[in-house]
Design a protein around this ligand. Sequence first.
Ligand SMILES: [Zn+2]
Length: 316
Amino acid sequence: MVLTPGFCKFDLQTLTKLIVMQKLILLILVLFLHSVVQAQNSTTQSLPFRYEELTAPDFVKAVQKSEGVCLLPIGILEKHGPHLPLGTDILGCRQVSTQAAEKEYCVVFPMYYFGQINEARHQPGTIAYSNEIIWNLLQETCNELSRNGFKKIIIVNGHGGNNDFLHYFCMSQLHSMKDYSLVLFQVSEDSTMMKKIKSMRKTTEGGHADEVETATILSIRPDLVKMDLAATQSGANQERLEGIPFQYTGIWWYARYPNHYAGDGSKSTVELGKTVLAFRADQLVKLIQTVKNSNKIEELQNQFYMEAADPLKTKQ
Ligand SMILES: [Zn+2]
């Protein structure tokens, strides 16, 4: 077949148009797919980690994305020297938790300030719930988190007066079978970072509203720190039980620090606060990552529950 020049010209034009159209369709398709992927990514990226900010449909995604890990920062409402806010402990541990969740996705439970604080009942602003309330509230919070899919709960405690309560609470989880694991975050004091913090400090004594704690609030909410008042009360150990050896008594804290001030917050700096918070958050990130990648605790728990259900049978 001999093609006439006209036909040939027409054919080439059609062919060119077809190729251009084909390229355009391909380009539109690529752009469309790209926008779909981007939309999916942005949905994932914008998924809040603060429990109270999630919608119900997003909550389902958050449980999946967090791999069932929920942080439960626990603080208290109590006096912190003459210069720090009553909610200092909850502000501190929530900051550590949110810094960690930004690096390793997990959900952070809302403001929780229901703990042990009997020793501060003589100070204004203390909310000291009964033993039954703090125990039941924490147990039911864990139960409800588990019912909602969080099978790995990490408590991030910000209040020293909770330590004994929380250790006992964790141990008591073994009394009956649980379908979740409960882990209490413990800051390590043996690392190089701890040495760095010690080198940055100007004081050595403390423990409550002291240089370190004041520094953390200075870096989180400087507007809440009344530095001009930090030296107006004594944060020294008053040693009022020193004559009674070999004992533990509930009045020990009041005997030492009746002002609810242990240390000297007046020498704090923002830099120290940022360093301390970053150090704690980094350790928490490592714990979250490990808990996500390991079921060791759950496996040992289940083995324990099985043996505990019939100790004689399993030991035959
Ligand atoms: Zn505190």
